[in-house]
Ligand binder design. Structure first.
Ligand SMILES: [Zn+2]
Length: 128
């Protein structure tokens, strides 16, 4: 997994455009994504407010970690490893959790795996 490398390579405005194009929702799980720049500081009142907005009870188990899974990340439709570019046409936006779960899977397999996690109640962004 080369997530950090990926995030550096994609211009922020490309990610922003993908997020807007998707109505702010994750490509895979459909959760509401938070722009990296809008992620509040740890233990701040803004973090508590954001948690409530996302339906996460502040100070419950791992609540800030769960908020951070909503962070928007750039997702390469064709991965770098298969010659995919950083051009806008190859970039979608996915939440940090889904991005970390994708690994090197093709989009459709990643989607199936994430849908299975949601069914099992194991996706931290989605309450079933
Ligand atoms: Zn997601």
């Amino acid at each position: 997994m080369c997530r950090n490398e990926t995030v550096r390579a994609v211009p922020p405005e490309t990610l922003q455009r993908a997020i807007e194009h998707q109505g702010g929702r994750c490509l895979y799980c459909g959760c509401e994504m938070i722009l990296p720049d809008d992620m509040p500081a740890k233990n701040s009142p803004a973090m508590e407010r954001l948690a409530r907005e996302l339906g996460i009870e502040p100070f419950s188990s791992r609540w800030q970690e769960r908020v951070k899974y909503h962070r928007a990340t750039a997702e390469h439709l064709v991965p770098h490893s298969q010659g995919g570019s950083d051009e806008p046409g190859n970039i979608s936006a996915a939440c940090a959790f889904c991005n970390s779960r994708r690994g090197h899977l093709p989009i459709n397999e990643a989607r199936a795996e994430i849908e299975e996690l949601i069914r099992q109640g194991k996706h931290p962004c989605i309450r079933t």
